[in-house]
Design a protein around this ligand. Structure first.
Ligand code: F3S
Length: 296
């Protein structure tokens, strides 16, 4: 019978868990008295954001929409300096659920910028975390997400940080290119340990299984990266959001199935996928056994 193995370090990371707890406590505190918003979806997982909505937490699409009476929660990705200034100006109440590891990058970038250094952020310029980090150096950072982009940079002195969820090897490739171009770098490798450990576990599991499933929301960048890694090390890799996406035909043909989940994937979703798959494998096994017995 096929074996299912879950990658170590799967599911919610410390920062995401903390942001959810802060949000739930805030919703409870202000229930019926003040509107509570998160500044964008709290995490990239629809299941979680829908549940929070049921608890009265709404999503603020633009900061201009926030009024004096509102309570606005900053999610784990963090925000730029101007968001805090705007909260003071308008007078809405801020609850800060920025992951402490992201807040540390804000401080590093603010200090380097104040000291007159040029900043490089290695990461995706459209990701809210990167936009937030850039907001601590007056949006002046060079944002690089490929070796090609690194190649176009003028040689100079730079202070370098990384988006917390990028791949270590991707960061190293970009750093090597910058060094090759004779850029003088002061590097702060700010890739989060939770990211590193999830990627390492996913990689070693993908190497040993016939089929790899990554559970996560399609919008989740860290889940997407686990999928990219899985594809690299396992011929059959799938990115699924829930049980409806299970590739049952392929599962039927495999002996060893690996499961990994991004830092924004709730544990109950992981359990649901594994339970569903185990049930399918058992039923399928019994059916095959029956066929064999009838053939004899
Ligand atoms: Fe924080 Fe790392 Fe998670 S930066 S939000 S603990 S991936």
């Amino acid at each position: 019978m096929a074996e299912i193995k879950l990658a170590e370090n799967s599911g919610f990371c410390f920062g995401v868990r903390r942001a959810i707890e802060i949000t739930e406590a805030t919703a409870e505190k202000y229930r019926g008295s003040r509107p509570v918003f998160t500044c964008g979806p709290l995490i990239h997982n629809r299941l979680v954001t829908e549940e929070l909505e049921q608890k009265g937490v709404q999503i603020l699409r633009k900061e201009e929409e926030a009024g004096k009476e509102d309570v606005v929660i900053i999610r784990s990705h963090g925000e730029g300096r101007s968001f805090y200034e705007r909260a003071e100006e308008i007078g809405f109440q801020l609850v800060d659920a920025t992951c402490p590891f992201v807040a540390k990058i804000h401080n590093l970038v603010r200090e380097a910028y104040d000291a007159g250094e040029k900043i490089i952020i290695v990461g995706d310029r459209l990701h809210p975390e990167v936009r937030g980090i850039n907001g601590w150096c007056q949006n002046s950072a060079c944002i690089i997400n490929s070796v090609g982009e690194a190649d176009k940079l003028e040689p100079a002195d730079y202070f370098v940080v990384a988006q917390t969820t990028i791949q270590q090897s991707h960061f190293e490739e970009i750093i090597s290119k910058l060094q090759e171009k004779k850029c003088r770098l002061q590097i702060s490798n700010t890739i989060c340990n939770a990211t590193k450990s999830r990627q390492e576990s996913c990689k070693s599991l993908a190497r040993e299984v016939d089929l790899m499933l990554v559970i996560g929301d399609k919008e989740s960048s860290n889940s997407q990266k686990l999928y990219d890694l899985s594809k690299k090390y396992c011929e059959k890799a799938y990115f699924i959001e829930n049980i409806e996406d299970l590739p049952l035909k392929d599962i039927e043909l495999c002996n060893k199935i690996g499961v990994a989940a991004g830092a924004s994937t709730p544990e109950r979703l992981i359990k649901e996928v594994i339970a569903n798959m185990s049930e399918f494998i058992t039923e399928n096994n019994e059916e095959n056994l029956m066929h064999d017995l009838m053939d004899e």
